[in-house]
Design a protein around this ligand. Structure first.
Ligand SMILES: [Zn+2]
Length: 310
């Protein structure tokens, strides 16, 4: 996995809304520069820190290897460059608390390496687009991201839905090292919350409503794993089919095993819940959900291991 830093000033909002990074192959004089041609080095799963007006506002994960693509029409009014260019499709992960590079510049300059580095000797961003980030600098920036935003490298990998074996192996290693380091419970909770947020984001793309009732306010929707996170393999943890979007009420019932679903998606309700509780908790025997084959597989696990019929 490689790391980069992109200076996006003028193009940030347009590139973000389009979900990409774009750089020209040449300028009007036919010249080319490493901060453009380095786009070709970006591979699927690489991580790119952005800079907008001296602040990191987003962290980007490459969804594909770099592509040869003409300038998107939304960048036309910038009229700066040749049409032929390089494009990277990326997932933008926005920071709740932007990071001002200036606050960390002394350390950044020590860690950024000599060649093709993002900042000059006095700590100003170099003129150009994409710069290389040394492993040491990447580790340092991840530390800042974790301290300020609760974002870890693992959570960024989770954000990228198209995960290949190599990345999963990295993830496994990181999960193991987390355990051996005996990090505090608090840190682990932060990590799982971030994972939850990104998993939820993926689920919301499939439908933004509790699967059992009309709650649509995203703030109250919970992305539950059908097969418990702690019991799932890394693949299963990232599989959206292993997710169920529910309101707090229905999530609590499902999570504690008082409701589940049979093979054709009809709700199963624990006999231990009396009629009036059912009414107040908004559950009735006619409720059902659509499930594909993968979802049915996870649901069977839930029925066998979590559901309390009585
Ligand atoms: Zn609900």
């Amino acid at each position: 996995m490689n790391f980069f830093l992109v200076f996006q000033n003028k193009s940030y909002h347009k590139e973000k809304s389009g979900g990409y990074l774009w750089a020209p192959q040449k300028n009007e004089k036919g010249q080319t520069f490493h901060h453009w041609t380095d786009m070709k080095k970006v591979k699927k799963g690489d991580i790119i820190f952005n800079s907008y007006d001296t602040e990191m506002l987003s962290v980007l994960v490459a969804k594909e290897d770099c592509l040869e693509r003409e300038r998107p029409s939304s960048l036309d009014d910038l009229k700066l460059w040749h049409k032929d260019g390089w494009m990277i499709l990326v997932e933008y992960i926005d920071l709740v608390r932007p990071i001002n590079y200036k606050d960390y510049m002394e350390d950044i300059l020590k860690l950024q390496g000599e060649k093709y580095a993002p900042f000059n000797k006095i700590g100003r961003g170099n003129t150009g687009y994409l710069f290389r980030v040394s492993l040491e600098l990447a580790e340092y920036l991840f530390q800042i991201l974790e301290d300020t935003n609760g974002i870890t490298k693992t959570s960024l990998v989770l954000a990228n839905k198209q995960i290949d074996i190599e990345i999963i192996e990295d993830l496994e290693k990181e999960l193991k090292s987390t355990i051996s380091l005996e990090q505090t419970e608090k840190e682990l909770i932060v990590k799982s919350r971030i994972g939850q947020t990104l998993f939820k984001k993926a689920l919301l793309k499939q439908g933004n409503k509790c699967r059992l009732c009309g709650v649509t306010d995203e703030r109250f929707l919970i992305a539950s794993h059908i097969k418990k996170w702690s019991q799932s393999s890394n693949d299963e943890r990232l599989d959206v089919n292993n997710g169920l979007l529910l309101c707090p009420n229905h999530d609590s019932l499902f999570d504690k095993g008082y409701i589940s679903f049979d093979g054709d998606g009809t709700i199963l309700v624990s006999e231990s819940i009396d009629m009036s509780t059912k009414v107040f908790l908004n559950i009735n025997g006619t409720m059902n959900i659509d499930m594909n084959e993968r979802q049915q597989y996870y649901m069977e696990w839930h029925r066998v291991n979590i559901y309390k019929p009585r």
